[in-house]
Design a protein around this ligand. Structure first.
Ligand SMILES: C[S@@+](CC[C@H](N)C(=O)[O-])C[C@H]1O[C@@H](n2cnc3c(N)ncnc32)[C@H](O)[C@@H]1O
Length: 387
């Protein structure tokens, strides 16, 4: 360890001991395009012990880990230099910035404190963007009048919170969205509106942004129920419209959401989002009937297609891979990941496309799609056809 690193750690130990420590931020990843973007380290009391809480900010999610003080300091030492170039230590008396340079050199700089009050040492189990306590949850029956999660609504509650966490990660990173005078969001196949209300609540009530959120749904009973609830709790920029996704005349939209819209309704939604040049397209596909039916037997596939559940999973993988490739081909940087544990829902894959302006080698993606279709004997992928 260099003298600068040692000094940084010595100061950190001292500030934790003196209760002047506010937080450490590890920033500037060594690898360009790294998934792990930043780490925030804060002191917290957990089960009566002073610990260090790490929030690992990835591109689309936050992961929280708690460490004892010594283990936490070792983690900071490990991450700095290896994964991040800058470690900023904020104390109420002095800040310390440690920068990793070329050839293993480090520079330590001291600056006046950014924060002058020490943090509250409470373990913040619920992040402030989490939905708990929000009026709409009670209105939709997720929580009771005392704010307790209703019976049989535990999974839905977890799903809503996870979704809000993902949205929060995306919005916090997307400066251009926050700068818009009104963020326009359309949720296709909104169902009972849980996630539509959640996104509105997060943008307007938690982030203080102006947003116009529309939920599109084919069932008139749900439209009525959701519009009544939105009016009752005065979510003024939220409304629900009856419509069939494939025919819906999508107005200018910044964020297109389609969560668990059945089978090819997801494709219709993606196509509408691409056409409307939405900045973000967020979908969690549901069933994959179209491709499952289109898969024909072949030498390689025979053994898989003989087993229903494996055929189902194979169809899911092929369908969503082609969706991701089509998004890429249309100028969206695309991620596919599991957004909630399978214990809460089996439909847990999320596909997120973020619009970019870089040139795209469309042919490359078309060739990949063609190869996949040939390999799996698929003559048609619905999204490809409608695009
Ligand atoms: C499984 S629910 C999901 C609801 C909500 N997005 C969620 O994740 O909680 C799917 C909803 O999409 C609606 N839906 C399916 N196909 C649709 C279509 N083509 N146009 C409009 N709504 C559709 C269904 O009526 C249903 O309410």
């Amino acid at each position: 360890m260099t003298t600068q690193q040692q000094d940084f750690i010595t100061n950190l130990r001292a500030s934790i001991a003196n209760n002047t420590f506010v937080r450490v931020t590890l920033s500037k990843p060594c690898q360009k395009n790294a998934d792990l973007q930043k780490i925030y380290v804060k002191p917290a009391i957990i089960r009566k012990d002073l610990m260090l809480t790490f929030t690992l900010r990835h591109q689309t999610k936050d992961i929280t880990k708690n460490f004892s003080i010594e283990d936490g300091i070792r983690e900071i030492e490990k991450y700095h230099g290896e994964t991040f170039l800058i470690a900023s230590q904020f104390n109420t008396d002095r800040d310390w910035i440690l920068k990793a340079g070329k050839k293993g050199k480090f520079a330590l700089q001291s600056t006046p404190p950014t924060f002058t009050t020490p943090p509250e040492l409470k373990h913040d189990k619920q992040k402030n963007h989490i939905a708990k306590g929000a009026d709409y949850l009670t209105e939709l029956g997720v929580t009771n009048s005392k704010g307790k999660v209703s019976k049989d609504m535990g999974d839905k509650f977890k799903q809503i919170n996870k979704f809000v966490e993902i949205i929060a990660g995306l919005v916090e990173k997307a400066d251009f969205l926050q700068k818009k005078s009104t963020i326009k969001v359309t949720d296709m196949g909104a169902g009972k509106g849980y996630l539509t209300f959640a996104v509105y609540d997060y943008l307007v009530n938690k982030m203080n942004l102006k947003a116009e959120v529309i939920g599109v749904e084919i069932r008139p009973d749900l439209i009525k129920l959701c519009n009544t609830a939105a009016q009752k709790i005065e979510f003024k920029g939220l409304r629900f419209e009856e419509g069939y996704i494939g025919n819906y005349d999508l107005p200018k939209t910044d964020v297109l959401i389609a969560l668990h819209a059945c089978d090819t309704a997801t494709d219709d939604a993606i196509q509408k989002g691409i056409e409307a040049e939405a900045e973000l397209i967020i979908c969690a596909p549901c069933c994959h009937k179209q491709v499952r039916k289109a898969m024909t037997k072949s030498e390689t596939l025979d053994s898989i297609l003989n087993y229903g559940i494996l055929k189902e999973r194979q169809a899911e993988i092929v369908t969503d891979t082609i969706r991701a490739l089509l998004l890429e081909a249309n100028g969206y940087k695309t991620k596919v990941f599991e957004f909630i544990s399978t214990e809460h829902t089996g439909k847990n894959v999320m596909v997120i496309g973020t619009k970019h302006k870089r040139p795209v080698d469309k042919e490359k993606y078309e060739t990949e799609i063609k190869k996949l279709k040939q390999e799996f004997g698929i003559n048609q992928h619905y999204l490809e056809t409608i695009l």
